[in-house]
Write a protein that binds this ligand. Structure first.
Ligand SMILES: NC(=O)c1ccc[n+]([C@@H]2O[C@H](COP(=O)([O-])OP(=O)(O)OC[C@H]3O[C@@H](n4cnc5c(N)ncnc54)[C@H](OP(=O)(O)O)[C@@H]3O)[C@@H](O)[C@H]2O)c1
Length: 169
């Protein structure tokens, strides 16, 4: 392989700010990008404060933020807000495993039944409606197919609103 499509920094070493070693890692990733060895660079497991700090110092802005997505904090709303402002693509992961209360939520089951879809499909469709690129952790070929079959139906605005608050107390 001569070139990577995407390289993601797994996560900053401090919970809220960038440590010197995080900046050093980002500079190394920028150098790989500038040398043409990596097309896109990104960060993972970040808080909004990490991202703001990185945006201030980056020569090459992150193309992606890959974050665990908890419905109870608005599906990572604070980080998605910074991403939206900075033109960064948000890649949510653990959409299913981090949100058992949404998987079993009666209103979400009703939405799935209305569209003749599974609850995971409704959640992935919702993530697309938020403007994110959802990741799936499945290792099952049938689930992989199911997760890809979400481009031929739409959620209504009201359904999107229901999903948006499904993780709130
Ligand atoms: N950046 C990071 O720090 C980080 C950390 C963790 C994970 N990740 C990435 O995030 C992605 C997702 O993580 P996750 O494992 O928490 O994923 P997830 O998509 O929330 O959950 C996957 C789990 O749900 C089950 N499942 C049941 N029905 C499913 C369906 N229709 N579609 C998908 N899964 C279904 C899967 O079982 P089956 O396998 O039987 O389908 C699997 O046990 C992965 O690509 C992983 O590499 C990144």
């Amino acid at each position: 392989m001569e070139r990577l499509d995407s390289l993601v920094l797994h996560g900053p070493s401090h919970p809220r700010r960038l440590a010197p070693e995080d900046v050093e890692a980002w500079r190394a990733m920028e150098a790989l990008h500038e040398a043409g060895e990596v097309r896109l660079i990104g960060v993972s497991n970040v808080a909004p404060s990490h991202l703001e700090e990185l945006l201030d110092l980056a020569r090459v802005r992150p193309a992606f933020v890959q974050n665990r997505c908890f419905a109870r904090i608005g599906w990572d709303a604070p980080v998605r807000e910074v991403c939206g402002r900075a033109g960064i693509v948000h890649q949510p992961f653990s959409l299913l495993t981090a949100n058992p209360e949404v998987l079993s939520h009666p209103a979400i089951g009703t939405i799935a039944a209305r569209h003749g879809r599974t609850v995971p499909q409704v959640i992935f469709r919702f993530a697309l409606a938020l403007g994110t690129i959802p990741l799936t952790g499945t290792t099952d070929p049938a689930h992989m197919r199911e997760d890809l079959e979400v481009y031929d139906f739409d959620l209504t605005e009201e359904e999107v609103r229901t999903l948006a608050v499904a993780g709130e107390g």
